[in-house]
Design a protein around this ligand. Sequence first.
Ligand code: UDX
Ligand code: ADP
Length: 459
Amino acid sequence: MANILCIGAGYVGGPTMAVIAKTCPEHRVVVVDANPARIAAWQSDRLPIYEPGLDEVVRAARGRNLFFSTEVDRHIAEADIIFVSVNTNTKTFGQGAGKAADLQYWEKAARQILENATSSKIVIEKSTLPVRTAEAMECILNSDSSHGIHFDILSNPEFLAEGSAIQDLEQPDRVLIGGRGTPSGQKAVQTIVDIYAHWVPRERIITTNLWSSELSKLTANAFLAQRISSINAISALCEKTEADVTEVAHAVGADSRIGPRFLQASVGFGGSCFRKDILNLVYLCEHYALPEVAAYWEQVIKMNDYQQERFVSNMVSAMFNTVAGKRIALFGAAFKANTGDTRESPALAVCRELLDEHADVILTDPYALENAAEDLGEQAAHVTFEPDPYAAAAGSHAIAVVTEWRQFAELDYEAIYRSMVKPAFIFDGRNLLDRRKLFGMGFNVYAIGKPPLTHFGAA
Ligand code: UDX
Ligand code: ADP
C-alpha cells in the first residue's frame, strides 16, 4: 500500500487521481490544492469541473481511499509518491513573456516538498513542462543531502482530453513514464508502472528516458494542433474554390497513413494546452538556436489566430460591412463541446472581436456561461448571458455557432428563423448544422470551408 499525493486539484489532477483511487483500492490517494474553494467543491455534490462520468468515479472512491484537502504540508510529509499537477501557464512577464512556461508554481511546489519531506519520495511531473525541467527539479529537491532523503523525479504526462477525460483515463491509448536510467530511477519507474498496470494493458505503458517523455507530450499536442491548422488552412481555400472542406477531409483522412480523426475544420482550436504547449516548444527551439524549427511550429498558432479573425471578418462583410448595434447570438462559449471550460476558447475570441465591432452580443451555452463571464472580465458587462438558445436568438440578426454542442444541432430552426430579424444569417463555425435545410428555411448560411448559401443572388 502506498500513500499517493497529488498537488493541484485541477482538470488533470482531480480526474486522474479519482481514477487511480477507484482502480487501486489498496492505495490511499489524497489530492491537495492551495485553493480552499476548489477543495470544498471536490468534497461536495457539485464538483468544480464538468466531465461526463466523473461524478460516479469520485463517488465510488471518495471517503474510502480518495481524499481532498487543503493541508498541503501535512500530506507531503505522509506521501510516498507525489504527482505534481499545478498550473504551468505561459509567462506574462520578463524573459520569454508570451511564450515560455511560467514555472513559478512548479518550483514553489518543489520547494514545499523539500521543506516538508521526512522520507524519500518519488516526485512525478504530471503538468506539461518544457524539456529538461526535471533536471532543475532534481537540483532543487536533491540540493540538501544532509538529511539522507532521496527524491526520484519522473515524468508522466497526461494525455486526457476534456469532455472525455474519464474514458481517456480508463482506456488510454498509452501511458508514458520517463525516468533516469539509474537503479533508483528504474525502480521508481517500475513503481508507477505497477500502479497503472492495475487497469492498463502492459504493452500500452511506454517507458522512456526523462527528456523523451517531457518532449513527447509537447510534440503530441503540437501534432494534434497542426492537423487542425492544416485543415483550417484548406478551409479558407475551399471557400474560394467551391470545394467542400468536409468532403476534402473525408477523402484525405481515408488514407490510412493520415487517418480520419482531428480533421474537423473549425473556427479554431482552443483549450488550455495547444497554444501554451506550442508556444513553449517554439521558445525551446529559439533557446536552442533553432529558429527554422521555431518558425515552423509558430505557424500553427498564426494559422489558428487567422482562422478566428477570418470568421469574424466574414461575418462583418456578409452583414453589409457593419455589425454595430446588431444583436448577434453566439451559440457556444466553451472551447469545445462537453466541457464547461472556456480557457483559450475561440468562442470568446469571436465574442471579443464582435464587441470591438460594437455588436450587441448574446452568449448562450449549456455549461460554460459562468466561466465565460469570468474570462471576459470587464468586457462581460457588455455581453448578455442567456442559457436558453431560443431566447438568445430571438430578435437577433445573426447566429454564430462557435461550440459544437449537440443541443445546438437539435433546435427548432424554423421557430428560430421566425423569431429573428430579416435577412437572417447563420455562421456555422463548426459545420454542425444542416446548411441546405437552413437555407431552405430562409437563412443565409455561411459555414466554414463551404460555399455560402445566400438569397442575395450574386452576393
Ligand atoms: C488536448 C489533447 O487532445 C490532449 O491529449 C491533451 O492532453 C490536452 O490537450 P483538449 O484541449 O481537452 O485536449 O481538447 P481537444 O479535444 O484536443 O480539442 C482541442 C481544440 O481543438 C478544441 O477547441 C476543439 O474544438 C478543436 N478541434 C479538435 C478542432 O477544431 N477540430 C478537430 O478536428 C479536433
Ligand atoms: P490543469 O488544467 O493542468 O489541471 P489547473 O489550473 O486546472 O491546471 O489546476 C492547477 C491547480 O493547482 C490549481 O487549482 C491551483 O490552485 C493549484 N496549485 C498551484 N500551485 C499549488 C501549490 N503550491 N500547492 C497547492 N496547489 C497548488
